[in-house]
Design a protein around this ligand. Structure first.
Ligand code: SF4
Length: 452
């Protein structure tokens, strides 16, 4: 507690929610039996792409992987926290524990109560299944996220991004026998049907009328998959989702591409592109992303992100970075100052060019190359706090648009559970932040969507 409060005092210009959230993502959290019982009624964690856990699934003796929520919200408590969502990041040795007091889940740090916790309600389509037993929510998670290819053709230590556990995660899900869909490629017709179901529920029951956002992602396709190259493979899903209903906004994650390829993705229906660079420093890009470096290279990647702004527009180029991986052992930066300077320079460069990067916090997954080959201590909290302060300053300096939040799940419409890159903008800039949260966000966020 003293340590946490010293950060509150030392970083008084940052919202306290940002500080606590980074710590919860940094060292994970755990659930008591009572909390697990309550959480098992919530919107279940999807293991949608990576595991985002600090421990392997085989060590979850109470089947936590099927009982914990996709995210949870922290609020109120001794610091009067405003609500922010935290992506569930399991670690049985974490000092943060969620327990239940008088039927209310609460967050504890070393047995000291910090705040209230809320679990997200499952959406109606989570109860539906295809005739073969496949659960709808294993095709599209929380009304938004669809991993159409669950493996990556960057394979092994010479190709795979070193922080990534996509292939290990798919394997541990299959071995657990607790998931209904384990094939590497999702059928297009399943995705179309689940999207229809989500749209129907959103319209009829939630009264959600803005364009519904979806995100399509998956591993790299180096040559072909099911007879198609990467462009043809992903474009089929993009077009089926984009034109399969009314007013949809399609996000796509792929490698950096040349401008002509991006135009073809745009024509297929992509509205926002995420060419996830993962780490800014050139030397570390080459070490951490060996496959991406060989195929595209640092210079090619940066050029592709800049070109994407011409194709998709300002605010619709949102590459992901794995926040903190630039301090990974053994070749990462050794000091916080070096890491913060390098990545903040990258953020400023990108924002100057209309690119708004995302920082999905590194979870040090044990099945990844980095997690399995080297001891990886938690990244210092100062790194995240300084980086996010600089991120906010650059965003202000270049007068960039507010983040777009049009997920059909109300608790996803503010911020993203896996990082604070949107939280810091919304917490600082949205005057009625808490009211917007309580109103289900439809009205409160009208002024918050990306300019279009
Ligand atoms: S491109 Fe890298 S981060 Fe993406 S799935 Fe493949 S190995 Fe993982």
């Amino acid at each position: 507690m003293d340590e946490l409060e010293s950060y509150f005092a030392g970083y008084g210009d940052l919202p306290r929610e940002i500080i606590l959230k980074h710590d919860l993502l940094r060292v994970g959290h755990w659930f008591t039996d009572a909390a697990l019982e309550l959480a098992s009624q919530a919107l279940v964690k999807s293991y949608r792409l990576f595991s985002y856990d600090l421990m392997p699934m085989k060590d979850m003796k109470r089947k936590e992987h099927r009982k914990t929520p996709e995210w949870f919200t922290i609020r109120r408590g001794m610091y009067g926290l405003r609500p922010v969502s935290i992506q569930t990041t399991l670690d049985s040795s974490s000092p943060y524990v969620i327990d239940v007091v008088d039927s209310q889940p609460k967050l504890f740090l070393n047995s000291q109560e910090i705040c209230e916790v809320y679990f997200p309600k499952p959406m109606k389509y989570y109860t539906r299944k295809f005739p073969d037993g496949t659960a709808y929510h294993e095709i599209i998670a929380f009304g938004y996220f669809v991993t159409v290819f669950r493996n990556c053709q960057y394979w092994g230590p010479d190709e795979e991004c070193r922080f990534c556990d996509i292939n290990i995660n798919a394997r541990q899900m299959k071995e657990s026998k607790d998931f209904t869909f384990n094939a590497p490629v999702k059928p297009v017709e399943y995705m179309v049907e689940v999207a229809r179901s989500i749209e129907q529920d959103a319209t009829e029951e939630v009264g959600f009328t803005p364009p519904i956002d979806f995100l399509i992602t998956g591993g790299t396709i180096l040559k072909t998959l099911h007879g198609k190259n990467e462009l043809a493979f992903y474009s089929e899903y993009v077009s089926a989702l984009k034109w399969g209903g009314r007013r949809r906004f399609i996000n796509l994650q792929t490698n950096g591409q040349d401008k002509e390829t991006m135009k073809r993705y745009r024509a297929a229906g992509v509205d926002c592109h995420h060419s996830n660079m993962e780490v800014w420093d050139k030397r570390l890009f080459e070490w951490i992303n060996p496959g991406k470096n060989r195929r595209v290279g640092w210079d090619g990647w940066v050029k592709s992100m800049i070109d994407e702004v011409d194709v998709f527009g300002e605010g619709n180029v949102r590459p992901n970075f794995v926040g903190g991986v630039e301090m990974a052992k053994p070749y990462g930066f050794e000091t916080i100052d070096e890491a913060v300077k390098s990545t903040s320079d990258g953020v400023d460069f990108m924002m100057r060019n209309g690119i708004i990067p995302r920082f999905n916090q590194w979870r040090r997954e044990p099945g990844s190359n980095l997690g399995s080959q080297h001891q990886q201590p938690a990244i210092p909290l100062e790194y995240y706090l300084q980086l996010m302060g600089n991120y906010y300053n650059s965003w202000k300096k270049y007068n960039l648009p507010m983040p777009r939040r049009e997920c059909v799940h109300p608790e996803r419409r503010i911020g993203s559970g896996h990082g604070t890159y949107d939280d810091i903008l919304l917490l600082n800039e949205l005057p009625d932040y808490e009211e917007a949260w309580d109103q289900g966000f439809n009205e409160g966020l009208k002024g918050c969507v990306t300019r279009q």
